[in-house]
Design a protein around this ligand. Structure first.
Ligand code: CMC
Length: 454
């Protein structure tokens, strides 16, 4: 099975190399002599915010590189844990380093206190991304000075055991309040982020996402499974059953593909907050908020809704004509940086089709997607550089695995937290607060009128 998936990914790579070449974009792949001169458009298009060795998106050749490695190769040969280690540490791990890293993540998956705090809120009524952000906020509290990993309850069955037997957290009052405040000292002087905190976030976010999903479905959260890898355990905590080998591998690939992507909106939002020397939990909260938007992480949900609305491959052309006549954007297509085929879509497309073989009920949607892709590329590929992006196929992949559409963007966050944290750590080494300016287009000489005269 793994060999078959690897073959599909390498086949997609051959296609990408044949169609797009592998030239680098000089402006975005060289050391900078600050200050830099560049042409900036609205939405900061073209702006260069910093230097980074974490990852590189080559928009004109459709290439995605993490720390020097082509994402096609990482998807074919590695795992999300390996890629996360690579992003955070700069090098691929040795076998021993990988084993230790996996054990660290596994240990940090258990966040029963955070989940109990979360469950005392009306999360059934909340958007999943809002609940995730709240969960990260509770993690922050749990990991603050007095409430370290060592101080956490040892019982790994805390959530599923009798709640009455567990001392619930109370809002601290008076003198004790201060110890719940998360100070920079908690992580050492002048260290608003450290690797251990990043590991905590990467390990705990899947647990929070899965728990929120289950609670909203009227079910109890499931304890993480110590024998399963990151992707398989995530699926297990969501669905309550171990995934098939194919599902595990496809989820792992999807997590690798979403782990980092240049200075995208959520990464930038994370780094802007971090650059104020606020802490990493606040920073990740900003990333989650930015990712929630339909122009960013929310597009995969919109793409699935579009396919469902179309309903059948024969309806694609008429549906598309109507949308374009109304000047509406087609979700899952186009990209600020990629003007060639998004390599992530090249990989996820064939995997969606592979999954559909196991799930015939999703075949109609997959066929509809194929025709929509053909039609969009025919109309806008050459002329406007509009191709399917990662969100066009990620939703389809998740849906075929039986995952609810509310989970799509949280899954994106579970993966992207690797890039958010890696880039934040890197940036803070030579931090400078982000502070662009706006061009003022208002007037200058209005005379103040007292309220009564207005
Ligand atoms: N459908 C139809 N036309 C499009 C689309 C689309 N999806 N995307 C861009 N265009 C056209 C757009 O109408 C414009 O045409 P014209 O020059 O004739 O006015 C031209 O392409 C440039 O579009 P833009 O909106 O100025 O491009 P942008 O760089 O500001 O926006 C984008 C990029 C991703 C927001 C946009 O392509 C879009 O809204 N796509 C749909 C939403 C989506 O799929 N988002 C996921 C992005 S990938 C995941 C991620 O990284 O978060």
């Amino acid at each position: 099975m793994i060999d078959h998936i690897r073959k599909l990914i390498l086949e997609a790579k051959r296609k990408a190399d044949a169609e797009s070449g592998s030239n680098v974009e000089p402006q975005f792949a060289q050391k900078i002599d600050w200050p830099v001169t560049c042409t900036v458009g609205p939405g900061l298009e073209g702006a260069i915010a910093c230097e980074s060795a974490v990852g590189y998106v080559n928009g004109s050749a459709g290439k995605l590189i993490y720390r020097g490695y082509d994402v096609f190769d990482l998807c074919a040969y590695s795992t999300f844990e390996e890629v996360t280690y690579l992003l955070l540490h700069g090098e691929l791990p040795t076998e021993e380093e990988l084993d230790n890293f996996k054990a660290e993540l596994c240990r940090r998956r258990h966040v029963p206190r955070t989940l109990r705090q979360l469950m005392s809120n009306p999360i059934e009524e909340m958007n999943d991304m809002a609940a995730l952000r709240l969960g990260v906020d509770f993690l922050r509290r749990t990991h603050s000075k007095v409430d370290t990993i060592e101080a956490r309850p040892r019982s790994e069955t805390a959530i599923s055991s009798d709640e009455d037997s567990i001392p619930m957290e109370k809002a601290p009052y008076g003198e004790k309040k201060a110890i719940y405040e998360f100070t920079k000292n908690a992580l050492g002087p002048n260290k608003p982020v450290d690797l251990a905190t990043c590991y905590d976030l990467i390990a705990a976010m899947p647990t929070i996402v899965a728990a929120v999903h289950r609670i909203k479905a009227g079910k109890l959260p499931i304890e993480p499974h110590p024998d399963l890898g990151h992707a398989a355990n995530f699926l297990y905590m969501i669905r309550g059953e171990k995934p098939s080998l194919l599902e595990e591998k496809v989820m792992d690939v999807a997590l690798i593909l979403h782990a980092d992507h240049g200075m995208n909106a959520s990464t930038f939002a994370t780094m802007v907050v971090a650059s104020t020397l606020s802490d990493i939990y606040f920073s990740i909260g900003a990333g989650i908020a930015a990712l929630n938007g339909p122009l960013h992480g929310g597009a995969n949900e919109a793409a699935i809704k579009a396919l469902q609305e179309i309903g059948h491959k024969d309806n694609v052309r008429a549906w598309l004509d109507g949308k374009l006549a109304r000047k509406e954007k087609i979700p899952g297509f186009g990209h600020r940086v990629y003007k060639a085929y998004d390599p992530r879509a090249r990989i996820l497309g064939p995997l969606a089709k592979e999954l559909a073989k196991e799930h015939p009920e999703c075949r109609t949607l997959t066929e509809t997607a194929e025709v929509l892709e053909e039609e969009m590329v025919r109309r806008f590929g050459e002329s406007k550089g509009i191709f399917p992006n990662v969100d066009f196929y990620s939703g389809l992949v998740y849906m075929t695995m039986g995952l609810d559409h509310h989970l799509f963007t949280p899954i994106f966050a579970v993966s992207r937290v690797a890039g958010w944290t890696a880039r934040t750590i890197e940036y803070l080494e030579n931090n400078r607060i982000f502070r662009p300016r706006a061009v003022y287009t208002g007037s200058f000489d209005k005379k103040y009128k007292p309220l009564a005269e207005r």
